[in-house]
Design a protein around this ligand. Sequence first.
Ligand SMILES: C[S@@+](CC[C@H](N)C(=O)[O-])C[C@H]1O[C@@H](n2cnc3c(N)ncnc32)[C@H](O)[C@@H]1O
Length: 332
Amino acid sequence: MLPSALEKAVYGVYATNAVHLAAKHGVFGFLVTREAPTGKIASELGLDEETLDRVLVLLDAFGVIERNEHGAYRVSAEMAPFLDPSSPRSVGGFLSHVMGSTVGRLPQLDGYLTDGKASVDAALPAPFEVMYKTPKLTEEFLAAMWQLTYDVSRELVPMAGLGNVRHLVDVGGASGPFCVAALEATPGLRATVFELPEVAPYVADTVERFGLQGRLDFAAGDFHRDEFPPTECVAFGYILSGWTDEAGLELLRKAHRACAPGGRVLIMDRLFDDDRRGPLPTAVMNLSMHVEAKGRHRTAAEYVGLLESAGFVDCEVHRSTQDKQLVIGLKR
Ligand SMILES: C[S@@+](CC[C@H](N)C(=O)[O-])C[C@H]1O[C@@H](n2cnc3c(N)ncnc32)[C@H](O)[C@@H]1O
């Protein structure tokens, strides 16, 4: 028998696949509303009963779902916010992205170890050329970003000091999850998503869905090539972790140029503990950033160092109860 930590590490790949399949085929959506044995779930969802049985037995053994003494499966109240597909904290979108995109890139790590990242990546397309290659991949990626960002943004916005801010620019703001949370909580605020042109229709859809005409707009641009629109606040959500210190510093310098005096920059990202021994999701995504982008995750002190190098002062660190944290820098 393997020690428990090694057991989870070795068998985790099966659990990831089982959670993904159960999410994809509506099993969690079914089980958050009622308890049921395998046969009933299989017949209602039109799934092969034997395969489903094995998937459910594994998910029960991993503690993701529970089986009662009558053989009926259920999703516990603790798991429901993350497994219910209609919940803003659902892991379904993230798992679709991991299984549809990241998993295909993980074998690159082998080559990175032997030949270095630069030489392996030289033969590969840029990350967003792949992610936005088809409408399905684009939709999956932006849905995953919405699920990772909207709910936690509602926690971060009250800590962001937006009281006197009339306009913010969300650089690489995806289809607008942070902007929507900020606009919902801050009357009188306007926001601009600064993004690759491919994302424009998805922001237009967000404006329509949330009735944000006149408050949320779109600026097409490449954050490496173009300056940011002038503003009072520049937000970076899961952006700096995608880039090296040098590229990140360049983005922060652009943010400093774009900000009015007294303006602010918001870095919203995963943080490593000071000793870089966790938390676990940050350690996982730090490896993922290596294959999906060119970046890494950092400690709060590392982000403060970058902010100060770019000219920001009076930096503050604010923590949510979730995976995304907030580091603020002010422009004098
Ligand atoms: C990891 S996602 C973060 C999305 C969002 N900020 C959040 O916190 O959920 C990175 C975003 O940066 C955008 N992006 C990537 N390269 C870009 C570039 N060169 N210029 C502008 N946006 C870019 C992508 O389209 C994507 O939406």
